[in-house]
Design a protein around this ligand. Structure first.
Ligand code: PLP
Length: 419
């Protein structure tokens, strides 16, 4: 009897109808719904193919041209290409493209640059920071002494004076900038000056604005940051995974060993191939046009929501993402997001700064123009989306309204097909 079932090398998903149904369902969901979740985007066919390629078969450990296993000729070429493109895209001297995710990129950098129990100063999750920056529920929260900074009441922005006071009081080894729900531009030069003052290293996690940085539409973390981390699948519009970038050769070993063997084993070469494809696309002039549209669309959406009487945290957005405060209309983020989802609008509930409510039923919603812009939506479409959102969050239990908006959402999506 054959050791392989018939069709092992020839049949695709059709050979597993149960799985095929679920994947087909996800494709239909992406096709017919509007994606407004800031941590998502829609990749090109090219990225999809690269990430779904035979590189999933190849095991490599270590860096390109210095692997533990043989047969790495093409894996080396692919990873070297991804590294070279990442460096070109962000104008830096070194890149590690191996992190399986943004959280791994951060954990690897911390492991490489910090000692157990060292002090890390990062943004409070409740104020928009990311859990991988030292939240107590993560390993990073156990391994380091984590001090959090937030935003100021009123401005809802990071105030450098408050950050300086915290840095002086706690003398961190590392200061981290960047978060998941901070809609404003960051002052990298100002933060670096504080880091220098207390002799800390300065790291920027640009997951949510990396695409804008690549296109010159957001302040650049270099030359201010000692090290920059990012995910590759949010604003960069690419394959799932993370990256680390830096300029100082003296940090190279610590960062590379922090990633492998520090927090990871062998490389996900298929994901590295996906990253190479993503960076190649991001180097094209069309990617800058895309990011201009991301910003323009975010402004249109924010303005439409504000016109409808909804308050935007910090008064608006400097990147693709924004936070809507629903307190004024007496609806919570969980209720609003569920109602929106029924109409085909995918958003996530989110804490707002100084939120008196718990994370499961917070006061806000987080929205982004990334994915909608990737499928071709422009100002008229985001104007319409703003109207849909405003109508539904004000009447989240109005089934007739939800059905009506749902039909409009489908019609809109049909005009902008994906795949
Ligand atoms: C999304 C995000 C991450 C984590 O990425 P994963 O790939 O989910 O691990 C890290 N940092 C920031 C700022 C993020 O927004």
């Amino acid at each position: 009897m054959s050791t392989l079932h018939a069709g092992y090398f020839t049949e695709g998903l059709e050979a597993d109808p149960e799985l095929a149904r679920a994947i087909g369902g996800e494709l239909a969901r992406e096709r017919h719904g509007i994606e407004l979740i800031a941590s998502e985007n829609i990749v090109s066919r090219l990225v999809l193919e690269a990430q779904g390629s035979v590189l999933t078969n190849k095991t490599v450990e270590g860096l390109p041209y210095a692997r533990y296993y043989g047969g790495a000729e093409f894996a080396d070429a692919i990873e070297a290409l991804a590294v070279e493109r990442a460096k070109r895209l962000f104008g830096c001297a070194f890149a590690n493209v191996q992190p399986h995710s943004g959280s791994n990129a951060n954990a690897g950098v911390f492991l490489g640059l910090l000692g157990l129990g060292d002090t890390l100063l990062s943004m409070d999750t409740a104020a928009g920071g990311h859990i991988s920056h030292g939240h107590p529920a993560t390993l990073t929260g156990r391994d380091y002494h984590v001090v959090r900074y937030g935003v100021a009441r009123g401005s809802e922005r990071i105030e450098l004076e408050q950050l300086r006071e915290l840095a002086r009081a706690h003398r961190p080894r590392l200061i981290v900038a960047g978060g998941s729900a901070y809609p404003h531009a960051l002052d990298f030069a100002g933060m670096r000056a504080i880091a220098d003052e207390v002799e800390a290293l300065f790291m920027v996690d640009m997951a949510h604005f990396a695409g804008l940085v690549a296109s010159g539409l957001y302040p650049h973390p270099f030359p201010h940051a000692h090290v920059v981390t990012s995910t590759t699948y949010k604003s960069l519009r690419g394959a799932r995974g993370g990256i680390v970038l830096w300029n100082d050769a003296a940090l190279s070993d610590r960062i590379n060993y922090g990633i492998f063997p520090g927090v990871q084993g062998s490389v996900m070469m298929h994901a590295v191939a996906g990253k190479a494809a993503c960076f190649g696309e991001a180097l094209r002039p069309e990617f800058t046009a895309y990011n201009r549209a991301v910003l323009g669309n975010a402004r249109v959406l924010a303005a439409r929501l504000a016109d409808a009487g909804l308050r935007l945290v910090g008064g608006g957005t400097d990147c693709g993402l924004m936070l809507v405060d629903l307190t004024g209309i007496g609806v919570t983020g969980d209720v609003a997001s569920k109602a929106l989802e029924k109409a085909g609008l995918a958003v996530n509930k989110n804490l707002i700064p100084f939120d008196p409510r718990p994370p499961e039923a917070p006061s806000g919603l987080r929205l982004s123009s990334n994915a909608g812009t990737a499928r071709g939506f422009g100002a008229p479409e985001f104007e319409a989306i703003g109207g849909f959102i405003a109508d539904i969050v004000k009447a989240p239990s109005d089934a007739a309204l939800i059905a009506d908006v749902g039909a409009r959402v489908r019609a809109l999506c049909e005009r902008f097909p994906i795949y």
